[in-house]
Design a protein around this ligand. Sequence first.
Ligand SMILES: CC(C)(COP(=O)(O)OP(=O)(O)OC[C@H]1O[C@@H](n2cnc3c(N)ncnc32)[C@H](O)[C@@H]1OP(=O)(O)O)[C@@H](O)C(=O)NCCC(=O)NCCS
Length: 183
Amino acid sequence: MNLQTDRLLLRRWKDSDSPPFSAMNADPVVMRHFPKMLTSDESQALIEKIEKFFEKESFGLWAVELASNQNFIGFVGLWRPTFDAHFTPCVEIGWRLAKEFWGQGYAPEAAKKVLEDGFERIGLDEIVAMTALPNKNSMRVMEKIGMTYDPLDNFMHPSLVDGHHLKEHVLYRIQKSDWIECK
Ligand SMILES: CC(C)(COP(=O)(O)OP(=O)(O)OC[C@H]1O[C@@H](n2cnc3c(N)ncnc32)[C@H](O)[C@@H]1OP(=O)(O)O)[C@@H](O)C(=O)NCCC(=O)NCCS
């Protein structure tokens, strides 16, 4: 299955996504709020991990392409974090786009469709989103899709060493009932 919006197709991954996905994950601007950039082998392994997740769960991080020209622009989708925190187990929504496609509302457009799929088809009651404290662009997307923030939900990401500048994370949430209201 695919998900579709006015401008975007959210689909399973293809071999041809690998070069632009690797380039995106090796771009220091895109990866500014992640602990490290990825090598092309790591990007390829990540595609395989995402596809395995789809096979198991029937949802995952969708490859996103422009409907107008089939350009691969990044991913938006759902994931299950594997670390322990006060809000886990949970399903999170996440996104990463190549920088030439930023600022056109593509991430919120895709994310709204992913929320709809999460609540209506998959039957989730709550979806969360998280990012490092300095990542204001990502927080803007969370706000645009109706997620809400409570400072009491801030947490220290367990995968990062103490003192790392990205260790403190924010958590945004949206419940199915709130999503129905702001639809
Ligand atoms: C976060 C991200 C997916 C947003 O995607 P997007 O499609 O550009 O989303 P929007 O168009 O709604 O823009 C969101 C905000 O990004 C900022 N922004 C937009 N274009 C920008 C650009 N070219 N350069 C810097 N910031 C920009 C703006 O503050 C914008 O908010 P506004 O619409 O209120 O002005 C994208 O910036 C990205 O891929 N970032 C790197 C990966 C990442 O950090 N992922 C999240 C990890 S949790």
